[in-house]
Design a protein around this ligand. Structure first.
Ligand code: GRF
Length: 219
C-alpha cells in the first residue's frame, strides 16, 4: 500500500457464543489484513466463551446480561458502552438478540452481521439445518449491513459452499463456518479500504483506483 496511512477503524463486537468469528476478525486485524482494531467485545451472556477469548487477547470486554431489563434499557447501555469506547463499526458475531431499529440507527450503515446461509435463503435461526432440510446442493455464508429487518440488509460478501456430499447437518455447519472466517474479515476490509455507497439494496464500491493513488495523467 502506498504512503498515506489511514487511521484504524474502531470496531465493537457483539457476541453470545463461542466467538470464532470474533477470533477470525481479531487475527485478521493483528495480521494487518484489515485496517481496524477491536476496542470492545460485549455480550448479553456474561459467561459467553467468546468473552473469555477476548480477555485472553487483552481486549476490553463487557458482559451485560439482558435479564431483568427491557430491550430498550439493555440496548441503551450497550450503545453507551460502544460510544464510550469510540466505536465506529459494530460487528455482530453470533449475537443472539434481535436489535431494535433504535440500535441500528445509532450506528447508521455501520452495523455488520454474518449469517450462515446464502441470503435471502434461510434467514433466522438454524440456517444450516434449514439448508440441510431443504436439500440444497450449495449453501454458504453472507456478511451484510444490518437494517431493521431480520437478516435482510444489503449484502457485502457471500461465499459459496458445496454441501451435496455432506452426510450430516453438523458437517454442513462446519464447512460453512470455515468460509465465514474468511468472509467476515474480507467484508470489513472491503468496506474500510474504499469508498462505497448504497444504490437501493446494492453495495457499490468505488473503482479500485480510488484505493491506491491514481497515477497523474500527463496531458
Ligand atoms: C455463526 O455461524 C454465525 O454465522 C452466526 O452465529 C454463529 C456464530 O459462531 N450468526 P461463532 O460464535 O462466531 O463461532
Amino acid at each position: 500500500m502506498s504512503g498515506s496511512r489511514r487511521p484504524l477503524a474502531k470496531v465493537g463486537v457483539l457476541l453470545s457464543g463461542r466467538g470464532s468469528n470474533f477470533v477470525a476478525l481479531q487475527e485478521a486485524m493483528l495480521a494487518g489484513e484489515v485496517p481496524a482494531e477491536i476496542v470492545l467485545v460485549a455480550s448479553n451472556l456474561p459467561s459467553a466463551a467468546g468473552l473469555a477469548k477476548a480477555r485472553d487477547y487483552g481486549l476490553p470486554t463487557l458482559g451485560l446480561s439482558h435479564r431483568g431489563m427491557s430491550r430498550q434499557e439493555h440496548e441503551e447501555k450497550l450503545i453507551a458502552a460502544l460510544r464510550a469506547a469510540g466505536v465506529g463499526w459494530v460487528c455482530l458475531a453470533g449475537y443472539m438478540r434481535l436489535l431494535s431499529p433504535r440500535f441500528v440507527q445509532a450506528f447508521p450503515q455501520r452495523v455488520l452481521n454474518i449469517h450462515p446461509s446464502l441470503l435471502p435463503s434461510f434467514p433466522g435461526l438454524d440456517a444450516q439445518q434449514q439448508a440441510w432440510d431443504h436439500g440444497v446442493r450449495v449453501s454458504g455464508c453472507t456478511v451484510h449491513l444490518v437494517d431493521e429487518g431480520l437478516d435482510s440488509g444489503p449484502i457485502v460478501v457471500q461465499r459459496v459452499v458445496a454441501i451435496d456430499d455432506a452426510r450430516h447437518p453438523d458437517e454442513v455447519a462446519a464447512r460453512i463456518l470455515a468460509e465465514e472466517h474468511l468472509a467476515y474479515p474480507a467484508a470489513l476490509r472491503y468496506l474500510l479500504m474504499q469508498s462505497w455507497r448504497l444504490e437501493g439494496r446494492r453495495v457499490v464500491a468505488s473503482s479500485p483506483e480510488a484505493v491506491s493513488k491514481k497515477p497523474e495523467k500527463k496531458p
